[in-house]
Design a protein around this ligand. Structure first.
Ligand SMILES: *Cc1c(COP(=O)(O)O)cnc(C)c1O
Length: 384
């Protein structure tokens, strides 16, 4: 998810993700926010960090927001706070970024890989149920929790996954690294699971100028535990360490930048919605386009179409000056670090198909209508 502009093609290069356009909009405000931090000098846990946590909680409706160093640490901190450890099975989709399963393994638990649904590209509740039952029967691991991933910005099917979780007494930790700002049935991402981990990596829908992340939760005890874990397991005072934790704080500078970006996020999400609607209208008859069900709002971190001959389509689009990216070329069960972990009994065929056919098109809030039309025309030609 970088932001290099596309080469070649028509009048003006099309950017896959254009962070500079956002900077042109709010540059002076960002510069002032950064200057204020340099002037007060509280670089670690300065006032902007707490201000951002309050603004995030207000924005998404969660009772507590605990910021941290990045999205991977947000997952790890949440897993530690939920008590995941040795002997625990944590169910994750096979078609996701490595960090989802990585955090589980770092916490000492075992990731169990579950298949995805072809249309939504998110966790398949039936594959999940089968994986939990197989783990129960196997007897060597204890099913503990589930990490649905809101892939490409689209919230997973929390109602169906929640029903499976309730049946088996498992917690749900949402990997919302790509979906902050999204919503499902009137509830925003951050309130759809027991705990929600998000990332502020620069190219995510809400990104800073470096690494950052947060955990959102309604549970005050979990929030207090997260705050302790994030600062070396601190107790009430500076000199007491109650548990083994991490150094996983968000820099004050990044918090100051995020406060300015959060102020325009809803406006940017509306612009992303408009791009997605235009793409769907222009491409729905030649490619499989994402079609969020009623009540679901994607944050459109990425716009992935599914095409049968992806290599040919991507090459033709590059010739036409339209930059594309592939996420994720190899699902976790085909990665050397993850292929030995257990898989759902029905197999991971849909994850494999997504890994072969998903192609991400330029998507950002500042993609103008004529650029969108150039992308649409080029895709129509490329898949013809
Ligand atoms: C980006 C991402 C992460 C990790 O976030 P970082 O801030 O880069 O550590 C985790 N899961 C998913 C699905 C992601 O896209």
């Amino acid at each position: 998810m970088d932001d290099a502009p596309g080469r070649g093609g028509g009048s003006q290069a099309i950017a896959f993700i254009d962070l500079q356009a956002q900077r042109r909009r709010i540059g002076p405000r960002l510069d002032a926010a950064i200057a204020a931090v340099l002037a007060h000098g509280q670089f670690i846990l300065g006032p902007e960090v707490r201000a951002l946590e309050e603004a995030l909680a207000r924005h998404c409706g969660a009772a507590h927001a605990v910021t941290c160093s990045n999205g991977t640490d947000a997952l790890l901190l949440a897993l530690m706070a939920l008590g995941a450890g040795r002997g625990d099975a944590v169910f994750v989709p096979a078609y996701t970024f490595a960090a989802t399963a990585e955090a589980v393994a770092l916490a000492g638990a075992t990731p169990v890989l579950v298949d995805c649904q072809r249309g939504s590209a998110t966790m398949d509740p039936q594959s999940l149920a089968a994986a939990i039952e197989a783990t129960d029967r196997g007897g060597s691991l204890r099913p503990a929790g589930i990490i649905p991933v809101d892939l490409f910005g689209q919230p997973a099917d929390y109602p169906a996954i929640g029903a499976v979780a309730a049946r088996h007494g498992l917690w749900i930790l949402a990997d919302a690294a790509q979906s902050y700002g999204g919503a499902l049935n009137g509830k925003r991402v951050g309130t759809l699971a027991r705990a929600t981990a998000t990332s502020f990596f620069p190219s995510k829908p809400l990104g800073c100028y470096g690494d950052g992340g947060a955990v959102l939760t309604d549970d005050p005890a979990l929030a207090a535990l997260l705050r302790s874990l994030q600062q070396h397991g601190r107790g009430s005072g500076k000199h007491e360490h109650l548990r083994i934790g991490l150094n996983a704080r968000l820099d004050t500078l990044q918090a100051a930048i995020l406060l300015e970006k959060l102020a325009i996020l809803d406006d940017e999400l509306a612009a992303r919605d408009a791009v997605a609607a235009r793409y769907a209208a222009g491409l729905g008859d030649v490619a499989t386009v994402p079609t969020p069900p009623p009540g679901l709002r994607s944050a459109w971190a990425l716009y992935a179409v599914q095409v049968t001959d992806r290599a040919r389509a991507a090459a033709r689009l590059e010739e036409a000056g339209v930059p594309t990216r592939v996420y994720y070329e190899r699902p976790l069960h085909r990665q050397p670090a993850y292929r030995d972990f257990p898989c759902a009994p029905g197999g991971l065929a849909q994850s494999d198909a997504l890994a072969e056919q998903a192609l991400c098109l330029p998507m950002h809030p500042y993609l103008e209508a004529d650029a969108q039309d150039r992308v649409i025309a080029a895709v129509r030609k490329a898949v013809a």
